[in-house]
Design a protein around this ligand. Structure first.
Ligand code: FES
Ligand code: FES
Length: 156
């Protein structure tokens, strides 16, 4: 079936099978490879995107169900070649090692920070509880999200 996907403020017309996930379509039909595919079973968070602002596992959402909603991927956070404060903070705080989890982590943080720019450490940890990182030990990721929250508050 043909569907229209509003992804990063652009409409893509794509031909999808009923069983195809949003993750498959974003990566292989739209060509945005920043969203990762990890477990493909809803257990790692590497595929996290925003659907109408809410963080979702794109491997668990049939692409056809995303029609009529706003999909935001990691590529959509960059504005006029300027990184999002969360992206900047991940770089500055050294919260990235292999980077495989990073897009999903950032999208989960984005969803939380857009509703709460003054999160407690627990709220930060809760926001990324569904995102697995095999490399960093999470401390620098939590630091980066906290620093991004501070930057966002300064700009409010
Ligand atoms: S690839 Fe979607 S949760 Fe792991
Ligand atoms: S930086 Fe490698 S999995 Fe998180």
């Amino acid at each position: 079936m043909k569907i229209e996907l509003n992804t990063n403020e652009r409409i893509y017309e794509v031909d999808v099978e009923p069983y195809e996930s949003l993750n498959q379509v974003i990566r292989h039909k739209i060509g945005l490879m920043g969203t990762k595919r990890g477990c493909d079973t809803g257990g790692c968070g590497a595929c996290t995107v925003l659907l109408d602002g809410q963080a979702v596992y794109s491997c668990m959402v049939p692409a056809a169900r995303a029609e009529g909603k706003k999909v935001t991927t990691i590529e959509g956070l960059c504005n006029n070649n300027k990184l999002d404060p969360i992206q900047d903070a991940f770089v500055e705080k050294g919260a990235i090692q292999c980077g495989y989890c990073t897009p999903g982590m950032i999208m989960s943080a984005k969803s939380m920070l857009s509703q709460n720019s003054a999160p407690s450490e627990k709220e930060i940890k809760d926001s990324i509880a569904g995102n697995i990182c095999r490399c960093t030990g999470y401390v620098k990721i939590v630091d980066a999200i906290s620093a991004a929250a501070e930057t966002i508050r300064e700009g409010e």
